[in-house]
Design a protein around this ligand. Sequence first.
Ligand SMILES: [Zn+2]
Ligand SMILES: [Zn+2]
Length: 221
Amino acid sequence: MQYHIQTAPVWDAYKSDGCPLCALYAAKEKRLVKSYLNENVMDEHFRMFSNSLGFCPEHIRMLYAGENKLGLALQLETRAAYLYKEVLKQAPSDKKSAKRTADALKKHCGCVICAELDEFLPRYYMTIAQMYDNEPEFPKLFAEANHCVKHATELFAAAEHAKKSVDRYLADLHRSLSRDLKRTERELRIFCDCFDHLSSDKPDATTIPRAVELLITKNIK
Ligand SMILES: [Zn+2]
Ligand SMILES: [Zn+2]
């Protein structure tokens, strides 16, 4: 069986805590941020990409927190020059052309890191479903994993790749997501009850981060 990607990172992610796909995403995001502070700075291809698309608020925060202020300034300098040319090309003279200006500029307001991340995880959804069918040890890890809602949803959509094991794959995924949602609901109720004036219990500080991990993202910090 040929996989589209290496399976070693999948095994590692499934052996660690929390949503394995959030972990793969965070590791890739970290590598990408690092590359935009190192080798990509002077790479013509990546430079054209970042000049044209820019960075989103979240990723510029990560880049700014990094060690290479010169590398970041060089990229922002050519980004400003690129946008300056675009703005000159798009001088609006009335309401109609203002709409065209806005549409043209919107195409250049994105994020190179988000764009690469958007292409990264879909290859894993298919491989994970295939691994469920092909790797005898994998279904147990899969059933025990705490997939977040977003990634469980993507794994439901990839079910066809589990081939002859599709029924077991779907049952495991559904059971584990239901289990984690019920547990989270229970933990949040206990947390909220601690604020009752009759209660002497202290709220558990890990409750909200754990709920966010399941409902939204593992990468809350
Ligand atoms: Zn996730
Ligand atoms: Zn981004």
